[in-house]
Design a protein around this ligand. Structure first.
Ligand SMILES: [Zn+2]
Length: 346
């Protein structure tokens, strides 16, 4: 086992203050508590990287030219909302989206150039609902999908994506529906937005695309069991050169948009587990990319918990405390997933 301590953890930050809409939960306010980290990071291992907005060529690794043109045209219309979730555009939204992609690529490319490393792109707008041909679900460009496609295009080999946001990352799944080099595993609350990610979906990609819908009130124990029994053997089998993590913190029990009951200690445990799995199976290369999470105080603590794990810390200050209660029975889901995806024990 490698020494997890004294690792540098590359971080980028973009709160995109101009990409905002009155009363919308996906707002710059989500990240305002993290601004003080720019001058006083919670852990000395954190290294802030400078970054440029991504190029249009980068966005085209996943998205169609027609979609990019439609976003630019929508921005020219000024602030407005669309589709039921709802998503919004402002004059500066396209630049904000390119910035979030650029902040993600700055870390993934650094890790690949150095052959090792860990990171966390603390960015908005989020990305995992954005499909190749349309923005949706508060997401304009798919930050993590573009980083994965960029890694594959650079000859990095296989890339694994784990998505623990409370919502299914339909856009990421769609981007790699027919891409054998990219694996996708998502845990999400069943029967909520966007409605995709059923356990039997993607029959053509068994063992590569794994969807894990969880009942409401699934708690930290449920997540830990799933990650131990499904994510770990999946990563062992898949043989990825790098692990990307769609880190959405809306499964937290305080989140206003979902009814999962993960707590901050749970996020720490999951991040610790994923960091160790990346050491074992992905050359230690791991990059967290922020997705959802709409309680600013919980979001700050949950991101800090993951940073503590990435920095190899044994613990972190949990101000929020344990979940007030939930349900942890996921044995039948785990059995079904093992059979469906031929996941072998150690
Ligand atoms: Zn979400």
């Amino acid at each position: 086992m490698m020494n997890n301590k004294q690792k540098q953890v590359y971080c980028t930050f973009q709160d995109a203050p101009q990409h905002t809409f009155p009363g919308h939960p996906e707002s710059p306010h989500r990240l305002h508590l993290m601004r003080e980290w720019l001058t006083a990071p919670p852990y000395p291992e954190m290294v802030w990287l400078e970054f440029q907005p991504a190029s249009e060529a980068d966005a085209l690794l996943v998205h169609s030219q027609a979609m990019l043109e439609s976003i630019k045209a929508a921005c020219r219309m000024g602030p407005h909302e669309f589709e039921p979730s709802p998503t919004y555009m402002t004059e500066s939204s396209y630049q904000a989206a390119l910035g979030a992609v650029g902040a993600t690529l700055a870390i993934s490319r650094r890790i690949l150039a150095e052959g090792q490393g860990r990171g966390f792109a603390i960015v908005r707008p989020p990305g995992h609902h954005a499909e190749p041909d349309r923005p949706m679900g508060f997401c304009l460009l798919n930050n993590i999908a573009i980083a994965a496609a960029d890694a594959v295009a650079s000859g990095a080999g296989k890339v694994a994506i784990i998505d623990f946001d409370a919502h299914h990352g339909n856009g990421t799944q769609e981007a790699f529906w027919h891409t054998p080099q990219v694996g996708y595993l998502s845990t999400h609350e069943m029967n909520i937005y966007p409605g995709s990610g059923r356990i039997e979906s993607a029959p053509h990609a068994r063992g590569r695309i794994i969807n894990i819908p969880l009942p409401p009130f699934s708690d930290t124990h449920a997540f830990i069991d799933i990650f131990h029994e499904v994510a770990a053997p999946w990563l062992r089998n898949f043989g990825a050169e790098m692990l990307l993590v769609s880190a959405g913190f809306d499964p937290h029990f305080s989140d206003p948009l979902t009814t999962l009951t993960l707590d901050t200690t749970g996020f720490f445990q999951i991040a610790q587990m994923l960091t160790n799995l990346a050491e074992e199976f992905c050359h230690g290369r791991i990059l967290f990319v922020l997705e959802g999470g709409y309680d600013p105080l919980a979001l700050r603590d949950n991101i800090q918990a993951c940073l503590a794990a990435l920095c190899g810390r044994p613990s972190f200050p949990d101000h929020f405390g344990r979940s007030p209660g939930g349900r942890s029975e996921v044995e039948s889901i785990i059995e079904k997933l093992k059979n469906l995806h031929h996941l072998k024990e150690d």
